[in-house]
Design a protein around this ligand. Structure first.
Ligand code: SF4
Length: 339
């Protein structure tokens, strides 16, 4: 069934007029969805009963079902099942007074990073409706407003640029989310980085880097063979000159691979003339085979301190939701294995 999220207000207006309803009903419907996150047409109490019947028989609000979820005090992770029987994830993160939604942009990921569960397969891009649907669903579930969005879930957002950019427009224009509270995280697609700078200069950019060493990177990120660090770096500098924004570099520590003193020096050297800060992340193993690559908190703090002593800002980010398969793609993988 077609999701109403993909119908723009002009088209919806035409549909309603053709059925004999007043144009102001469009605003009412959109308010129920965008302002109140109501997922069921029958609950839209100021609409006539026949209109509710018509909408329910012809459209859905959310274009997927909730397959499973896991929850702890700081995190809720959802696995959704699409109409074509595929699954993907979203994560809601509670941090002090802020609620952040981590969105997926693809089902699986074609980049195929070696240490990422999501990268083990790729099916397709998420549609615009499926991206916005994650937000409406999450808000309806938590029954609180969500004012912070990060595209850090499954997939490479810049390989689904059209739908991601359209969703960003909706977040800003329909849902009144500040562009400064939206972050797009990329593994390094230069064209997408530049397009973001031009189309959404206030939206934040995160660059996810597994290692500053080009040769090691080729073994960890198949995409590295297409986009060398030098080319990505050039696009990051152009992004900064267009937007004036600092970039966050997401650096996941892998014991014995990218977490020694040389790596910290190389990282700082690589970004010496780019305004960045480092979010150093503890690896959340994707399976038993990768357990051994977990750097301890003590070693991670030493790594962060070293970066700081070399003149760059750095933070240690403890991955939330580890107990509930919090790393990208894990709960979905567990669900898929159980089906
Ligand atoms: Fe894709 Fe990101 Fe996983 Fe790499 S780390 S495979 S870019 S989702």
């Amino acid at each position: 069934m077609r999701s109403i999220l993909g119908i723009n207000s002009e088209e919806l207006r035409d549909i309603l007029i053709e059925k004999g309803y007043e144009p102001y009903r469009v605003r009412q419907i959109l308010e129920w969805i965008y302002d109140k996150a109501v997922l069921d047409f029958y609950s839209m109490s100021n609409l006539p009963k026949e209109l509710r019947n018509f909408l329910s028989s012809n459209f859905s609000v959310i274009p997927f079902d909730l397959a499973t979820y896991a929850q702890d005090e700081e995190t809720i992770k959802f696995v959704f099942k699409t109409e074509d029987n595929l699954t993907f994830e979203s994560v809601v993160i509670f941090h002090h007074n802020r609620i952040t939604l981590c969105l997926s942009s693809q089902i699986g990921c074609p980049i195929g990073c070696k240490f990422c569960a999501t990268g083990e397969s790729f099916h397709r891009n998420l549609t615009y409706e499926e991206i916005i649907g994650q937000y409406i669903f999450a808000r309806s579930y938590v029954k609180k407003d969500i004012r912070s969005i990060v595209f850090m879930g499954m997939g490479e957002p810049f390989l689904n640029e059209e739908n991601v950019f359209r969703a960003i427009d909706t977040f800003i224009q329909e849902l009144n989310i500040s562009p400064r509270h939206i972050t797009v995280s990329t593994s390094g697609i230069p064209r997408g980085i530049i397009n973001l700078a031009h189309k959404h200069p206030k939206v934040r950019l995160a660059f996810s880097l597994w290692t500053p060493d080009e040769r090691k990177r080729e073994g960890l990120v198949p995409l590295a063979n297409t986009y060398k660090l030098e080319i990505i770096l050039r696009s990051l500098k152009e992004y900064v000159s267009i937007t004036g924004n600092r970039i966050s570099v997401e650096y996941t520590l892998l014991k014995g691979i990218n977490d020694d003193i040389d790596d910290a020096h190389r990282l700082v050297e690589l970004f010496k003339d780019v305004p960045v800060f480092f979010n150093v992340i503890l690896y959340n193993p994707k399976d038993r085979d990768t357990e051994a690559y977990k750097t301890s908190v003590k070693e991670a703090l030493r790594f962060v301190d070293l970066i700081k002593s070399l003149g760059k800002e750095a933070y240690l980010r403890i991955s939330k939701g580890e107990r509930i398969s919090g790393a990208c793609g894990q709960l979905r993988t567990a669900y898929e294995r159980s089906r």
